[in-house]
Design a protein around this ligand. Sequence first.
Ligand code: ATP
Ligand code: MG
Length: 344
Amino acid sequence: EMKDLPTMTPKFLKIVDQVCEQCHKDFAPDEVEEQVREHILQDLETFIRRHIEGAHLKLFGSSKNGFGFKQSDLDICMVLEGQDTAMGLDCIGIILSLARALGKHSGLKNIIPIITAKVPIVKFCHVKTGLEGDISLYNRLGLHNTELLASYASIDPRVRQLCYTMKVFTKVCDIGDASRGSLSSYAYTLMVLFYLQQREPPVIPVLQEIYDGQTKPEVLVEGWNVYFFKDLKDLPRRWPSYGQNRESVGELWLGLLRFYTEQFDFKERVICVRQKDTLSPFQKQWTSKYITIEDPFDLHHNLGGGLSRRMINFIMKAFINGRRVFGTPAKAFPPEYPDKMEYF
Ligand code: ATP
Ligand code: MG
């Protein structure tokens, strides 16, 4: 039994606040790094258009969602002029010719087309910056969920601080590599957003549930409704809880660890950021899975669907350990505290 919260001292809480703030400050790219990404994108687009007519590139993922790391990969989506969807396109053929074209670019190395995955992509490495990237085709939902995440990030500074803390935490605990069977950064970000929506009073609203009139507007992309409230400067008027949560970022972080280790009932509930009402795995027919995370737009997609039992245990243990480490005031701190991330 962990009875650590009563012993939480204001002094220790301040340090947890500082650690969370520092995660954001230390790992967020600065403006120059953001320009470098745009520059690489421009250069690639110009180059590719010489080989594939009408090609357009767009950045998505953490280069655009407000939760990027200095060394985050470049997630790029390619579309063709005059072509709205991937329907009828020979995607594998295009990916292969894209890989062939990129092979002639002197600034790139390690170009690998991956055509066996659910979504075919070309991977590459940008030599000068060492940034890795991948290009997919017509990932239009990816562009919309990136914009949704960016909107949440801009509502309150604590959102970004917590999502960075979560990302650092998952990296340090080695539970954040989707390619090795863990959850993706995107999934962990959804976990943070869900928690902030459920907090009492909430820190962020459910943007997909704010609209004029009786029924939710329908904006269909690939068969899914991607509507969400975008007029954020009007949010104080449209959302009654605006500005009501005054907790510090450290309190929220400790609350998050507590939420996912003690309070949230994984068996009975889906992590779902598109509605305030509870959603059960039973309703989704996802009962064979312990961690269920619904994509905000592609409602058939459970981001926890690929987790093995072993991996789930590993993730849950990391959270329980995190709660112990963060929730227990240390008697003495190393002198350089909290400027380094060794504290995790
Ligand atoms: P990182 O900084 O770790 O790269 P990221 O937010 O870019 O973080 P990625 O895993 O690179 O996360 O994913 C990039 C984008 O791809 C996400 O923003 C999301 O739009 C989409 N995405 C990632 N994983 C999934 C998934 N399992 N299902 C659906 N879309 C996903
Ligand atoms: Mg990424």
